[in-house]
Design a protein around this ligand. Structure first.
Ligand SMILES: [Zn+2]
Length: 353
């Protein structure tokens, strides 16, 4: 299994494992803090950044009474962070961050920022959760909880979506801010299309964690209706950690930040059991030592595929294209626990700006 695949597997399973990230409830009696006035050193940088962002927008951010500590009250341990605007009726704001590595130590800088800013939104700005979404599925606010369970609070923006970051921080300090201009799309361009009828050699197949031949692939398969298609068959004998996919990698330097990318596949299914089929779009930034993923969207967990069907049309949407994408990868993927056969007959990639 190569590094890319490991990364892919990692990024793929993350949204399933993720816990809801916080809450806001002042009528609780958590364990009293050891040091009520402290902002622990590892969090200071993110608190300072929050103050700077507020001041830059004309807000006088008062953190004089703020406490930020590691460790979550026992009754809220399913959360990564918790923000109190009036902790234990003391009138003091307080943020608690989980000591679970998944919630902080394993997070990159921008993910830590998103979690801390959200909790400070509760604690310093006394904001409640806001669960609305825009028509492109993005949450209206980084004060989302349920509404960002799919997109995930940690990934509500990233290093490669500075316009998205600016909007969410604007909205954090001013909930009445105008909707962002990048919501309005007027032009649709066909970026890539393939019906697999002729040459499909740019598509590659890979099976991960399959040492027994549970997956089989056919590059020029024929469906019941006579269409040529890429296919994957799985005997269902493998677990969730195994999967197989067809992949195409496209150059994508000309798609602007904030564009909406839509990948649509037309598929036939034959006696598919379980919901392990997904369509994935991912953008990568090349050149560094590590693979950097600037965008990732999957239908996993949001669309159900099973049984026998013809001409099932499925789309995965990247609502806000990153400012760097040296490569755009489209995966059509089947999990090892699935029994059945899937044909991909057509793929269309569209860009809306
Ligand atoms: Zn919250």
């Amino acid at each position: 299994m190569n590094i890319k695949t490991l990364q892919f597997l990692g990024i793929l399973v993350l949204p399933i494992l993720f816990l809801a990230s916080c809450g806001d409830d002042d009528d609780v009696t958590p364990t009293p803090p050891n040091n009520p006035d402290a902002i622990e050193a590892k969090y200071r940088e993110y608190v300072d950044r929050f103050v700077t962002e507020g001041v830059d927008r004309g807000f006088d951010v008062d953190i004089s009474e703020l406490t930020v500590v590691e460790g979550i009250a026992p009754q809220f341990q399913e959360f990564c962070g918790y923000g109190y605007s009036n902790y234990n009726s003391t009138g003091r704001p307080r943020v608690e961050i989980s000591d679970v590595a998944f919630c902080w130590d394993d997070r990159n800088d921008i993910e830590k920022e998103a979690l801390m800013f959200h909790e400070l939104g509760h604690a310093i700005l006394a904001r409640q959760h806001k669960e609305t979404t825009y028509s492109n599925t993005l949450p209206t606010s980084m004060m989302c909880s349920e509404a960002c369970a799919g997109a995930n609070l940690f990934f509500v923006y990233n290093t490669f979506t500075p316009g998205l970051r600016k909007y969410y921080i604007d909205e954090l300090f001013d909930p009445l801010v105008d909707p962002p201009s990048w919501l309005s799309k007027t032009d649709t361009t066909q970026f890539y299309t393939d019906d697999f009828e002729d040459d499909n050699s740019e598509w590659t197949f890979e099976a991960v964690g399959d040492d027994q031949g549970a997956f089989t692939a056919n590059r020029y398969d024929t469906t019941m209706t006579g269409d040529i298609a890429l296919s994957i068959t799985s005997d269902g004998s493998l677990g969730f950690e195994s999967f197989a996919y067809w992949l195409v990698e496209l150059d994508a330097p000309d798609i602007p930040e904030g564009a909406e990318l839509k990948v649509t596949a037309i598929m036939d299914l034959e006696q598919v059991t379980g919901d392990g089929l997904s369509l994935v779009a991912r953008t990568d930034v090349l050149g560094g030592d590590d693979l950097q993923i600037s965008g990732f969207e999957t239908t996993q967990g949001s669309i159900s595929f099973n049984g026998t069907e013809q001409d099932r049309q499925v789309s995965v949407i990247m609502p806000y294209f990153p400012n760097r994408a040296d490569k755009l990868s489209v995966f059509f993927l089947l999990g090892g626990e699935i029994n059945g056969k899937v044909y991909c007959k057509d793929i269309l990639v569209e860009v809306m700006e």
